[in-house]
Write a protein that binds this ligand. Structure first.
Ligand SMILES: O=C(O)CCC(=O)C(=O)O
Ligand SMILES: [Fe+2]
Length: 369
């Protein structure tokens, strides 16, 4: 714990990570469960409660929007229009919403989260097999975000797998691949349906976005399992720093332990207290580009606690890797809204995003005109 005699570190910015190459925070957390300090390479925050309090929006009224999926798929025309307009508003305001009545069985979500725990319980040698050499390798396991470029480390282990258009997956532990395949298929169907609603909410045909970006035929879907072990000084470290995601929409489920915070447009952070069994969604950079800035990508981060392991399963869906993404031509045609982003192939954007330091919207800023 930081004490009154410890100077409060307000800006910690070492130029390099001064730690031996580390492949797993789980191993470090378990082997040093007696320690009460984190290694200095993990210090991200000042630890000053006032700094955090200023930035936290604890207004109970500051609710997270809810989208009732069943109204999109089987509501009356009026109910569907209302759900589409709620969805559009959520994308425009916070860039984050919860989806209820989505039809993905609770048991399947639970089994996938359990599968993640079983994956992380494999030996370090077994996990090492999936380490991945390149940021676009279809199976990649690691720690922090990208230790080769970071100047601060994050208290997080990850497994990232490309699951669509081709399904890749680790073959251990038993059954994890099959469960995840079922979950990814159902997540895809829900996300595709939401993207139809998003397209309509922009005043476009329901399938306009899909056709422009080849989402359903070959849009990239990634399965990410994040593990955040208990951290002895959660006030100093982060599981993931503030960032936006690269795709169109990202789905997230978690093991009942909170830790996700989303940023309001006024800069304040909101703790996400998810409705049990709901799906959480945030808007990504490619929705911002496609909508020509109307639906800005949401900035979010993962905070830590000192007593429970948190697991999140994050499933972004994006355009086809081969599509050059530009703002939708119908949204810029009138001349009143000139394109605000330069076109870039999704594959190149993804590579840039994954090989850079995770830092707010710094990658999106590179394609902003
Ligand atoms: O675990 C979380 O709550 C956030 C994870 C996240 O933002 C990501 O994997 O991109
Ligand atoms: Fe994210």
């Amino acid at each position: 714990m930081a004490t009154a005699t410890n100077p409060v570190v307000t800006q910690y910015s070492p130029t390099t990570v001064q730690q031996p190459k580390l492949t797993s925070i789980k191993k470090l957390a378990e082997s040093s469960s007696e320690i009460s300090f984190i290694p200095s390479a993990y210090k991200y925050k000042s630890g000053n409660p006032q700094d955090e309090a200023i930035l936290l929006d604890d207004d109970e009224e500051a609710k997270i929007p809810i989208v009732d999926f069943s109204l999109l798929t089987s509501g009356t025309p009026e109910q569907r229009s209302k759900a589409i307009s709620d969805l559009g508003k959520a994308c425009e305001d916070l860039g984050f919403f919860m989806v209820i009545n989505h039809g993905i069985p609770e048991e399947l979500m639970k089994e996938v989260l359990d599968g993640c725990i079983r994956f992380y319980d494999l030996s370090e040698e077994e996990k090492h097999e999936y380490e991945g050499k390149h940021v676009l390798d279809p199976i990649r396991c690691g720690t922090s975000f990208n230790t080769s470029v970071e100047n601060v480390l994050y208290w997080r282990d990850f497994l990232k797998v490309f699951v669509y258009p081709e399904f890749h997956f680790p073959n251990k532990p038993a059954g994890f691949s099959e469960l995840s395949s079922q979950f990814c298929k159902k997540s895809r169907e829900v996300t595709w349906e939401l993207l139809k609603g998003v397209s309509e909410s922009l005043g476009l045909e329901a399938d306009y976005l899909d056709k422009a970006l080849n989402v359903e035929s070959e849009g990239l879907q990634i399965f990410i399992a994040n593990l955040y072990p208990p951290c002895p000084q959660p006030e100093l470290a982060l599981g993931m720093p503030p960032h936006s995601d690269h795709g169109l929409l990202t789905l997230l489920i978690q093991n009942g332990i909170t830790g996700l915070q989303v940023q309001r447009r006024n800069g304040k952070w909101v703790n996400v207290n998810a409705i049990p069994n709901s799906l959480l969604f945030n808007t990504g950079d490619h929705l911002e580009i496609f909508s020509n800035g109307k639906y800005r990508s949401n900035i979010h981060r993962a905070v830590l606690n000192n007593n429970a392991t948190r697991i999140s399963v994050v499933v972004p869906i994006g355009p086809s890797l081969n599509v050059v993404v530009n703002p939708a031509s119908q949204l810029v045609e009138t001349g009143n809204h000139p394109p605000a982003y330069v076109g870039m192939k999704y594959k190149d954007y993804l590579e840039l995003h994954q090989s850079s330091r995770l830092d707010g919207k710094s990658i999106l800023d590179r394609v902003r005109l």
